[in-house]
Design a protein around this ligand. Structure first.
Ligand SMILES: NC(=O)c1ccc[n+]([C@@H]2O[C@H](COP(=O)([O-])OP(=O)(O)OC[C@H]3O[C@@H](n4cnc5c(N)ncnc54)[C@H](O)[C@@H]3O)[C@@H](O)[C@H]2O)c1
Length: 273
């Protein structure tokens, strides 16, 4: 069901790679709620992924940008302002990648060159994006910028490696930039801490299958899917959440507040027999 929550709003969505991507679902949901969108991803992802078919479906323009390149971000924001003929109402940062995870390098043996890349792609790119939007005065008043995070920023999830450090930085950037952006321009900046989700990035984490099942068991409402995430993110883009900023918002079926659940205890007991 659609509620016209984003009627007349215009936004940029980073990170749609294929139908599994959280950003893909957000793009579809935003358009269903009345928004006009621009899709962006790296040139390689645009070539290898399925973004063009999403763009066709959503009536969206595609503008390539590597989120670590300020030059690309400036071009993206300039072209978006021109295309929309006015300011931007919302932006989704759904960007993440760790070369250490990709190469199966354990956290205790991490390669620092790779780690710098993880930080740049998964966290500092968010600062670069916010700074570009800010310098160009590109966001409308009460506009909303959302990035996607994960609970490993607060609680250790072995295997999530340096992405945990990147997510901690990402959430900190949302608070630090959110304070300035809110005070000076009335722009909201938040992170959504999403359940484990079976996407291309998610599947790169060792043991995600078991972890996904256990998180589902632990969460009173079960894991939140990519579609659920899209529903939540759309509310954060809407006018219904105009005073929400600088928050890390858990969207995880209650997982973050639970220590143990009856079904996980039973599974543990069975495993010991
Ligand atoms: N899947 C999960 O379990 C999960 C849980 C919580 C948070 N998240 C976060 O959600 C976001 C989206 O990931 P997803 O799970 O939908 O996976 P995904 O693989 O579909 O999306 C990741 C995207 O990042 C893009 N990307 C990588 N490097 C980039 C760069 N330099 N510039 C621009 N884009 C770049 C990729 O092309 C891809 O589209 C990520 O920030 C991820 O960490 C995912």
């Amino acid at each position: 069901m659609a509620y016209n929550l984003l009627r007349g709003k215009r936004g940029i969505i980073f990170g749609a790679l294929n139908e599994l991507s959280i950003a893909w679902k957000v793009a579809e949901r935003a358009v269903a709620e009345g928004a006009e969108i621009i899709l962006t991803n790296t040139p390689v992802a645009l070539r290898l992924g399925a973004v063009n078919s999403l763009a066709e479906k959503c009536g969206a323009v595609v503008i390539p940008a590597d989120a670590t390149s300020v030059e690309d971000l400036e071009n993206l924001v300039d072209r978006s302002l021109e295309h929309f003929g006015g300011k931007i109402d919302f932006v989704l940062h759904a960007v993440g990648m760790s070369p250490n995870i990709r190469k199966n390098i354990p956290y205790e043996e991490i390669d620092y060159h790779n780690m710098m890349k993880t930080m740049d792609i998964s966290a500092i790119s968010f600062h670069k994006l916010l700074q570009t939007l800010y310098k160009k005065d590109a966001m409308a008043e009460y506009g909303s910028v959302v990035a996607l995070s994960y609970i490993a920023a607060q609680r250790t999830v072995e295997g999530y490696s340096d992405m945990a450090d990147a997510k901690a930085m990402l959430e900190s950037i949302a608070r630090s930039f959110g304070a300035i952006y809110g005070r000076k321009c009335k722009v909201r900046v938040n992170t959504v801490s999403q359940s484990p989700t079976m996407t291309t990035a998610g599947q790169g984490i060792a043991g995600l299958g078991e972890w996904f099942a256990m998180a589902d068991d632990l969460s009173p409402l079960g894991n939140a899917s990519a579609d659920d995430c899209a529903d939540y993110v759309v509310t954060l883009f809407s006018d219904l959440t105009r005073k929400v900023t600088m928050q890390n918002l858990y969207h995880d079926g209650g997982f973050s507040q639970v220590a143990i659940s009856p079904s996980v205890l039973v599974a543990y007991e069975k495993g010991k027999q």
